[in-house]
Design a protein around this ligand. Sequence first.
Ligand code: GLN
Length: 454
Amino acid sequence: RAHLDRIAAVDGDVHAFLHVSDHALEVAAGIDRRRAAGEALGPVAGVPLAIKDVLVTTDMPSTSGSKILEGYMSPYDATVVARSRAAGLVPLGKTNMDEFAMGSSTEHSAYGPTRNPWDLDRIPGGSGGGSAAAVAAFEAPLALGSDTGGSIRQPAHVTGTVGLKPTYGGVSRYGAIALASSLDQVGPVTRTVLDAGLLHDVIGGHDPHDSTSLSDAWPSFAEAAREGARGDVLKGLKVGVIKELPDAGFQPGVSASFRSALAAMEAQGAEIVEISAPHFEYGVAAYYLILPAEASSNLAKFDSVRFGLRVDVPGGTVEDVMARTRDVGFGDEVKRRIILGTYALSAGYYDAYYGSAQKVRTLIQQDFDSAFASVDVIATPSAPTTAFRLGEKIDDPMQMYLNDVTTIPANLAGVPGISIPSGLADEDGLPVGIQFLAPAREDARLYRVGAALE
Ligand code: GLN
């Protein structure tokens, strides 16, 4: 009730939600009855949950922020949603996002932007700005996001929340409307590292519905967070700092917050080690070929026949109807990426663009392999600037893309990454995050380190 009241009070300004559940109280009452009947329920039973609209749900529409899916009702729940319901989490609603998760500001949503609760003239990050804003504005205690190039971590950075992108394959993608299948991962957005671990424990683990799902037995991430909070995990921890990451482009307050977080870690016994990852900075260039290529293929299914919108063309052919529907149903950023992707994959250009980008991807993976031979985690600022103003970068896609320089490499390499708050920038008083990256399968290390620093 408190969260629904809060949504009613502030969401007119924040616009974190695209849809608020009309039966959340009923679901919550059902959980109370099960508890009263003596059923042993898990630690998150009865806790409200906001769900990014990229995740399909049977009881609420799923649009992925696009007009082409307006009102779309899924016949099944995403695995992460089904697991959340089974654990007794109470879905509050679906959160706003850039259309098909393409963007860093939530301004590319077909349903209007979300605003940053810290300053309503500023962006809440993207693509999962709705989930992060809901958590930051106390409209929801926990949220689900998806991260293909930073869409969990960068919104966490600009809203003072915690966001974690799991190891690729650690959380099921079944029922996550695909953007770029080799990069997409679902993960938690919360106010504390322990909360993120509790949610990750619910949604993670092998899923036979997702062929890229790892069959590993995962440790408890909540337990890892508790260990981090009470132990001396920073003592002797080797923290890598990338020497090639250009200082230029980072807002002074972001760099200062990063340096003071490192100093705080050093004071608790961590060793800061300079490492070389020479291809890290080419991540953006490789990603903005690989992602459009995969996205152009994934979005081909929105053909006016199988899903969502159909715009009839009287007397027209099937092709006319498809073309008209896609013209009306997709926004500019989606069209830009479909065109770029089909071009990069076309005969004669495949080797030059897509093929080269895949080679750069391998070089980035090798950079990580050699770095993790000598350090336990890598630290970077989570993004180059604090929340920028709405409208500031919307007409300049290149500026928008460059915002992802620190988050993208983790997706290209498949390694886990967390963003936790590291303070406020001096010049504007807005939240800043620090990102930690760990080797694949070492998500628990991020929970320990994040909780120790929190
Ligand atoms: N900002 C990145 C993009 O526009 C990340 C998107 C994401 O992680 N879904 O592609």
